[in-house]
Ligand binder design. Structure first.
Ligand code: NAD
Length: 271
């Protein structure tokens, strides 16, 4: 699990499969991260917005695993964007996590009129060494074009909603061309269409679960993926994808599930 990585354009390695912890509250997040680390996960995706950075940090500290062996992502929330606010928000996140650096810091959404100033702060944080990599989330090609007009450092990652029904071909092609690694949020489509006939068929064929077929599809496409689960057995299942390979034909069948169907906000319509 920890050996399967993607390499960002600055040379930093990110484990290809991580644990998402969106909305896991209270002690739940401590338990979920502790269990994932025991199972071999070495990549945790949190955000200031999730209000659980403290629990994530405690689980890391108590794990006994060396800090440099764990990849931690957090994100600046929309109401904290802008240059000065972001610098402050970053320090707050670090302090809640109890860390002296994060591996990846992301702009959570492209807040109009703000994200370019926010990016300046991320560049400064990156130069200080307190974030080993920086990136964006929910950016469409037009946001990236706009950002890159004034950026000195190109984002290393774009984390976007991506699952079989929303395969994001356009944004993926753009990111590929610009050496930006794509990371999938809600990779399992929030487990809402595991009964899809293609997923059922491939699960039976490979003797895997629909969740494993999806995580494997991400992996074979070079997409970093962060399925969320609080349950140890599901965490284990979601990461157990390195002992089989989807054929080219089955990858194509997976690609054909796409309906450009979002579960979350369109980035241009975020309230
Ligand atoms: P997901 O697609 O990972 O689905 C999670 C849900 O699927 C869980 O709540 C669980 O009930 C179920 N599940 C997980 N594994 C399962 C299994 N093996 N079998 C059956 N059911 C299973 O959705 P998500 O949590 O929204 O997204 C993953 C992560 O992406 C989040 O936790 C968060 O870290 C990140 N995220 C980022 C953004 C963003 O704007 N950048 C937005 C949403 C989520």
């Amino acid at each position: 699990l920890s050996d399967s990585v993607q390499v960002l354009h600055n040379g930093v390695k990110i484990p290809a499969v991580g644990l998402g912890v969106y909305k896991i509250e209270g002690n739940g997040v401590y338990d979920a991260v502790t269990s994932a680390l025991k199972l071999g996960y070495r990549h945790i995706d949190t955000a200031a917005f999730y209000e659980n950075e403290e629990g994530v940090g405690r689980a890391i500290q108590n794990s006994g695993i060396a800090r440099e062996d764990i990849f931690i992502t957090t994100k600046v929330w929309n109401d904290q964007q802008g240059y000065e606010n972001t610098l402050k928000a970053f320090d707050e996140s670090l302090s809640k996590l109890g860390l002296d650096y994060v591996d990846l810091y992301l702009v959570h959404w492209p807040v109009p009129g703000k994200y370019k100033e926010t990016w300046k702060a991320l560049e400064e944080i990156y130069r200080s060494g307190k974030a080993k990599a920086i990136g964006v989330s929910n950016f469409l090609p037009h946001h990236l074009d706009d950002l890159m007009e004034s950026a000195e450092i190109k984002p290393m990652i774009n984390q976007i909603e991506l699952h079989p029904q929303l395969s994001q071909l356009e944004t993926r092609a753009y990111c590929h061309k610009h050496d930006i690694i794509v990371e999938a949020w809600a990779p399992l489509g929030k487990a809402s269409y595991f009964n899809h006939p293609t997923l059922q068929e491939l699960a039976a064929k490979y003797e895997k679960t629909p969740a494993q077929i999806i995580v494997r599809w991400d992996y074979q496409h070079g997409i970093v993926t962060i399925p969320k689960s609080t349950k140890a057995e599901r965490q284990k299942e979601n990461a157990d994808i390195f002992d089989f390979e989807l054929s080219a034909e089955d990858m194509k069948a997976m690609d054909e599930i796409n309906e450009n169907k979002r579960m979350g906000y369109h980035p241009d319509e975020f309230p």
